[in-house]
Ligand binder design. Structure first.
Ligand code: SF4
Ligand code: SF4
Length: 198
């Protein structure tokens, strides 16, 4: 039974001495190799250099501070519940008097851990957060030798006061527009007196 119409013509031409020594094939291979010396390398010297990433790339997380430098996270656990990989572990604590400059609201996360080996960078934690406290960023998770080094705690997740991470490009226009509505500002404490009817 004939399966295809393809045919191969078999040549019985006698190979020359050079061909039997693979010399034309070696020369052709060397020419290809040498030609790569003059081409721009498609690889980059990571981690010294990194490729520019999209502003909406879903890389490692950041826990944001508010405009006064206080941590936004209130340890509500919505991100942990939304996480399909069960990568987030949070321990909640109550803010003490005098800690208002550290934590935005009465409750905060005394411990916040993300297991980067479990995380699938889906971004559901970012979507679930009612406080705009957690965002994925264009930064990559570093390579490590030990598994426990992939469990990121607050020291790696909370943004540094003097090195803020701009996440405005991650927010949809709908969210940005919503935040412009006076009295219904996203993520401010609800004050019925300030509510404006539309
Ligand atoms: S990005 Fe997805 S998998 Fe990773 S911590 Fe957030 S919700 Fe979990
Ligand atoms: S990051 Fe957001 S969703 Fe997660 S515990 Fe903190 S406030 Fe809640």
């Amino acid at each position: 039974m004939q399966l295809t119409n393809r045919k191969v013509v078999v040549s019985h031409k006698e190979l020359s001495f050079a061909e039997r020594m693979y010399l034309p094939a070696v020369a052709k291979g060397m020419a290809i190799t040498l030609s790569h010396l003059f081409k721009k390398s498609p690889t980059i010297d990571y981690p010294k250099k990194t490729r520019p990433m999209s502003a909406t790339y879903r890389g490692r997380h950041v826990l944001k501070r508010d405009e006064n430098g206080a941590e936004r996270c209130v340890a509500c656990g919505m991100c942990a519940v939304a996480c399909p990989a069960e990568a987030i572990t949070i321990v909640a604590a109550e803010r003490k008097k005098g800690e208002e400059h550290l934590y935005r609201e009465e409750k905060y996360a005394s411990s916040f851990e993300i297991n980067m080996l479990r995380c699938i960078f889906c971004g559901l934690c970012e979507d679930a957060c009612p406080k705009e406290a957690i965002f994925l960023t264009d930064r990559l998770v570093d390579a490590e030798f030990e598994r426990e080094d992939f469990i990121y705690g607050k020291e790696k997740l909370v943004e540094k006061i003097d090195k803020r991470i701009d996440i405005t490009k991650r927010q949809t226009q709908a969210v940005l527009d919503f935040k412009k509505i006076p009295g219904l500002r996203h993520n401010t404490l609800f004050d019925p007196k300030k509510q404006v009817k539309h």
